[in-house]
Design a protein around this ligand. Structure first.
Ligand SMILES: NC(=O)c1ccc[n+]([C@@H]2O[C@H](COP(=O)([O-])OP(=O)(O)OC[C@H]3O[C@@H](n4cnc5c(N)ncnc54)[C@H](O)[C@@H]3O)[C@@H](O)[C@H]2O)c1
Length: 300
């Protein structure tokens, strides 16, 4: 039995950065709906050089395992920080179907997740800065660029930032402060970079997940000013009778059924024509809600 092997160039040729954003959005929604099982990843530390990570998942008829490294000093040896393989199997019978380069897949996913986070927070205008211009930083920059954003690049190694800027047709920031003053900042560096910085209120930070786990409070404080504004804005309410009248009149209104799965199943019915979208899905499915008309959400 021969197994197809997709090298980095095949993975990059198959998925462009914008397609990756949509694929990652769908994946997050599917995971939020409970359609994918994703057990916690397992770390195999190799101090002081780095670690291996095993990341299993199952969904959509497939089971996958990403076996990937983080060896931050590898570039000094001419090797990538992140490398490894993704094994794709058929969930029905366990057959191994394909092997894919994990470095390329990680870069596409990391770029997409950073851009999706910024877009989901409503930060769709203005320049985006990327701090750290290695393999994954460049992937983040490429994805912002593909979404039509101006990109500013900063790296501790100025030559790296300049090279990346030339490669992408983007601009290297004149200083670290200039990069950090951008509307959105994505840090893609090894270690807890943010801990040493002062971040202006309202600046959105997309930090490495490992950092968020260890320095969670600091990261939450950084995004808090934006969230507080959103949450403190008054949301008008209307009665079921008023909604009935609006629908009878044919007013342009989108009705959102935001009941959780259990409440929906128990009730057995919903207002005809309503869009089902659970509250926890709104951050990743908000684009399905038309902006040019009133949206009315109901639950039980
Ligand atoms: N959580 C995730 O989803 C995820 C995904 C991919 C990579 N990562 C992690 O992100 C990190 C970067 O990955 P990579 O493949 O791009 O590595 P890389 O070695 O190719 O690039 C890292 C870059 O960061 C720069 N840098 C280091 N310290 C800096 C600092 N203080 N200020 C500015 N720039 C600095 C380096 O000069 C280098 O250019 C790694 O630690 C990797 O494990 C996390």
């Amino acid at each position: 039995m021969s197994i197809p092997v997709f090298a980095a160039r095949h993975v990059y040729a198959a998925v462009d950065p914008s397609d990756a954003v949509e694929a990652v959005r769908e994946a997050f929604v599917a995971h939020a709906r409970g359609e994918w099982l994703m057990p916690s990843k397992v770390y195999v530390p190799v101090p002081p050089d780095g670690d291996f990570r095993a990341m299993p998942a199952r969904g959509g008829g497939y089971s996958v395992l990403k076996w990937v490294t983080s060896f931050p000093r590898n570039p000094e040896r001419g090797l990538p920080t992140v490398s490894g393989i993704v094994l794709l199997s058929d969930s029905a019978d366990g057959r191994l179907l394909a092997e894919l380069d994990a470095g390329a897949l990680t870069a596409l996913r990391t770029g997409a997740a950073a851009v999706l986070a910024a877009e989901t927070l409503g930060m769709v205008d203005g320049p985006a800065a990327v701090v750290g211009c290695g393999v994954n930083g460049r992937a983040v920059a490429r994805t912002f660029w593909a979404r039509g954003r101006e990109v500013l690049l900063w790296d501790a190694d100025a030559e790296r930032a300049a090279q990346a800027a030339e490669e992408l047709g983007a601009r290297a920031a004149g200083s670290r402060e200039e990069a950090l003053a951008a509307d959105v900042v994505a840090t893609v560096t090894p270690g807890s970079y943010l801990a040493r910085l002062k971040i202006a209120p309202g600046v959105a930070i997309d930090a490495d997940r490992d950092f968020l786990e260890t320095e969670g409070e600091a990261a939450r404080r950084i995004v808090a000013p934006e969230r507080e504004i959103a949450e403190s804005a008054p949301v008008p309410t209307i009665s079921p009778k008023e909604l009935r009248q609006m629908l009878d009149r044919g007013d342009p209104v989108t009705v959102l059924d935001v009941r959780n799965r259990q409440a929906y199943t128990d009730a057995g019915a919903s207002i005809p024509g309503s869009v089902r979208i659970a509250p926890h899905e709104i951050p990743v499915r908000y684009q399905e809600i038309p902006r040019d008309r009133l949206a009315v959400a109901y639950c039980t």
